[in-house]
Every structure is written in C-alpha cells, then in structure tokens.
Design a protein around this ligand. Structure first.
Ligand SMILES: Nc1ncnc2c1ncn2[C@@H]1O[C@H](COP(=O)(O)OP(=O)(O)OP(=O)(O)O)[C@@H](O)[C@H]1O
Length: 293
C-alpha cells in the first residue's frame, strides 16, 4: 500500500537527514498572504514556513494559484504578510531593497534604447551603488560570466530570447544581491533554449555561488535547478513537503532515481486525498509538467 503519508515520510526523511546548517539567510515564518479586493479577501498562502541558506537554490513548486509568485513578491518586499513574518539576515523584510533582485520572465522589459552594457549598468547607477567607471567594469565582469562580452554594444531587439534572459541575469547579479529571486524566468522560452538556460544557470551558480529563490510549476525544472524544493498544496498554498534535490542535474534526466522522485512529487501534488491512488501513476511528460486546478 503506497499511502500519501508514506510518500511524505520518505521525502521528508531525505530532507531531514542533511547535516545541520548555519543561520539561514532567509526565514519565512508561518506566512499568510492575502489580497484585499473591494468585494472579498483572497487568501493566497496559509502558514507557510521555510528557510533558505546561503548558496541554496531553493525552489517553490506547486500548482497554478498556490501562491508561489505571491511568496516571491513578499520576499522581494512588495507584498507585506497578513500573518507571520519574513526575515533576511534576521531582520524583518518591510520593503524592497537592492539586497533582493527579482528576475521576471518578461525580458522584453530591458529598455530597448540602451545597449546590453548600459542595461546591465543601469541599476548600479540608478541606485547609486557605483560610479560610472566602476559600474562599467562590473557590468563587463558579469557579461563575461554569462558569455555576452561580444554583445556588450548590441541592442536588446537584436538578441534571442535566451540572450535576453542572460542579460537580465547579468544585470541582477551585477547588483551582487544577497538573494536572486526568479519567477518562472524561462517559461517563455522554447524547450531547447529553456534547457540550455537551466544548464547555464547551474554553471553560473557553480562559479558565483549566489543564493537563489526560484519559482516554477515544472517538476523537471525544479529537480534540475534546485537543491531544495518546497512543495505547496493548491490554493491557498500550504507546505506539503520539503525535499532535498541536490543530487539531480541535467545529466540525471530520464534516470531511474530522477524519474522515481519526479513521480513521487507528482503524486503528492496531484493525488491529495485520493484513496489508494498512485500505485501505478500515469507517465509524466517531463518536458513541461503544467498543473491545472
Ligand atoms: N493582485 C491580486 N489580487 C487578487 N488576488 C490575487 C492577486 N494576485 C494573485 N491573486 C490570487 O492569489 C492566489 C495566488 O496567486 P499567485 O499568482 O501567487 O499563484 P502562483 O502559484 O504563482 O500561480 P501561477 O503558477 O499561475 O503563476 C491566486 O488565487 C490568485 O488569484
């Protein structure tokens, strides 16, 4: 008998077997998020807690509407919690700040009249983080990291979607934030480019070791990109399970362990409350699992 409780036990035992870590960088503590409209209150999440440690690639995974983006917005400082609190380095987050930079999927928001170099320099200058000369040096440094040195003088409309994604990542990293927040950053890209960007993100992370909070609804992407994954239940989002996934990367795709973990996650997300479900789950299309509730 393959019960949901057994699945959770199995997955959470993986999560708890890791050695104890230093003080978390980010602490999300029993956070409830709400939207007030003129006619109603929408509860987006309920008592969600998780910790993110320095150099984690921490993924929020769950069905559409479970509050992933809302959690990210709240960590960014745009949506104050209605309950609980969020702390960065022990200090309560009350507003946006240059220590948390968000990368969205709309890379076309790169100002088209600025070259790639000036796009990367812009936040450094606008926030008065650096003077022009230092900003230029730092921008070149991160453009090199994402392999765009040759395109420093190009304009965004001449770049492919993947290249625009790399500019957006270089621009965010150049600010040297404590955390990089990514909301479905590769969702608008075609499957091959998306895979390539996941690979590049992992290579970049190996080199720079930034701390990442990443939102996706693709199980495959979560396993590849994340070293820890928080599974959220459908609306309003509650924590379903937290798992370690550092053992997986793009080379693991299709492997038995990867597939088994993906199927366990799938059961946890889809078969909630279904008696005796999931003994023989339906095959999953790993390329892009989308949830719909
Ligand atoms: N500005 C808003 N006003 C009212 N309700 C909102 C607003 N933004 C989000 N919501 C609601 O809050 C809940 C969580 O939304 P959120 O966008 O955080 O979910 P999500 O998991 O990121 O979904 P998706 O994967 O589809 O982007 C949903 O029920 C959504 O309708």
């Amino acid at each position: 008998m393959h019960s949901q409780a057994a699945e959770l036990d199995q997955l959470s035992s993986v999560a708890t077997s890791a050695p104890p870590l230093a003080q978390p960088l980010l602490q999300v503590d029993r956070v409830g998020l709400q939207y007030r409209t003129p006619h109603s209150v929408v509860q987006a999440t309920h008592e969600v807690s998780f910790d993110v440690h320095p150099a984690d690639c921490f993924v929020l995974l769950g069905p559409s509407g479970c509050g992933k983006s809302s959690l990210l917005k709240s960590v960014a400082g745009f949506l104050p919690p209605a309950a609980g609190e969020i702390r960065l380095d022990g200090k309560i987050i009350r507003q946006p700040g240059p220590d948390r930079i968000v990368v969205f999927q709309e890379f076309d928001q790169l100002p088209p009249w600025k070259t790639v170099l000036h796009n990367v320099m812009f936040p450094l200058l606008a926030s008065r983080t650096l003077k022009r000369r230092e900003a230029e040096q730092r921008a070149h440094h991160y453009l090199d990291k994402v392999g765009l040195t040759r395109f420093a003088d190009a304009y965004p409309h001449t770049l492919s979607g993947g290249m625009k994604a790399r500019v957006a990542i270089a621009r965010a990293l150049a600010m040297q934030p404590k955390m990089l927040l990514m909301d479905e950053p590769f969702a608008a890209l075609d499957a091959l480019t998306r895979r390539k960007m996941q690979e590049e993100l992992l290579i970049l992370w190996e080199e720079v070791r930034f701390t990442l909070l990443f939102v996706t609804h693709s199980i495959e992407e979560a396993l590849v990109v994340g070293n820890r994954i928080l599974l959220l239940s459908p609306h309003p989002g509650r924590v379903r399970a937290e798992i370690n996934s550092h053992q997986y990367d793009l080379q693991s795709l299709g492997g038995a362990g990867f597939q088994a973990t993906a199927q366990r996650i799938h059961r946890l997300l889809f078969d909630e409350g279904k008696e005796g479900a999931s003994e023989a789950p339906a095959p999953i299309n790993f390329s892009d699992v989308r949830f719909s509730y």
